[in-house]
Design a protein around this ligand. Sequence first.
Ligand code: NAD
Ligand SMILES: CC/C=C\C[C@H](O)/C=C/C=C\C=C\C=C\[C@@H](O)[C@@H](O)C/C=C\CCC(=O)O
Length: 256
Amino acid sequence: MEIKGSVIIITGAARGLGKAFAEALLDRGAKICVADIDSEQGQSTVAELQAKHGEDSVIFVSCNVTSDDDFKAVWDATVEKLGPVNVLINNAGIGNEQEWDKTVAVNLGGCMRGTLLALDRMGTNKGGSGGVVVNISSIVGVKANPFGPVYSATKHAIIGLVRSLGHDFHFKISGVKVQALCPSLVKTELLANSMKKAFSPEVVQALSKFSSGLKDLTSETVANSLVKLLEEGRNGACLVVEAEKDPYYVEAPISS
Ligand SMILES: NC(=O)c1ccc[n+]([C@@H]2O[C@H](COP(=O)([O-])OP(=O)(O)OC[C@H]3O[C@@H](n4cnc5c(N)ncnc54)[C@H](O)[C@@H]3O)[C@@H](O)[C@H]2O)c1
Ligand SMILES: CC/C=C\C[C@H](O)/C=C/C=C\C=C\C=C\[C@@H](O)[C@@H](O)C/C=C\CCC(=O)O
């Protein structure tokens, strides 16, 4: 797809990976809606991005991805201020092993709610023009993560959603591509927050040792992989990005 001129909603874009996605896509001529639960951080990020890219290129809308009403309001505000939406990036996520239901609600619920709304609003069968949904999973959506079993389960479920709704059966009906990006560890606030809500005291030590031994993966590298996925990824694609490797697509182990 052509990024230049596209209207793109990114959830959880007030900071971290979502902010890096916004920067990379604005650099390539997209218009962005930053949708985040943290209004203070979201407004400050948007002010920074507007100073570089202009006031008409990027807006902030407050959104809790666990709320249907919030998600619909984000969509409506984006259409009103930036034009018809072409891409949704379901990026908002948390790593809270102690309150598993919150992690399921935000990580899986947010992607599911957003993807279903996007099909409803962009689907050619619903009067829309088609489009793309990218769900941000993780490398631990395609491999085990002993340090965060709940987090990993939500990220595996996102892959199931993407492979199923990203089947061409659905694309023929809706004209909407559904894809996943699966980054390895990036040292954002998610990691620090995950440590505070870790599965067990043993995990805190092990995760801290594991993460300090990992090669550094930057948000900018992950954002470049998102651009690659949008520009060339097929429907249902799951793209993994790790430090010091070219990004690579992963397929389901059973294809029938
Ligand atoms: N950092 C990593 O190592 C890593 C690796 C792979 C995948 N991911 C995924 O990338 C995404 C972004 O992670 P990050 O590292 O930038 O995290 P982060 O904590 O830096 O940013 C997350 C953003 O999501 C927002 N958010 C949280 N709950 C929300 C909700 N209910 N509604 C709307 N917004 C909400 C936060 O306010 C924040 O701005 C997450 O889905 C995460 O699981 C992160
Ligand atoms: C906990 C939440 C923080 C970030 C989550 C994020 O999505 C990224 C995760 C990135 C990498 C995770 C790698 C997990 C690797 C495991 O599958 C496994 O390979 C490690 C196993 C044992 C390590 C034991 C040790 O070295 O001590």
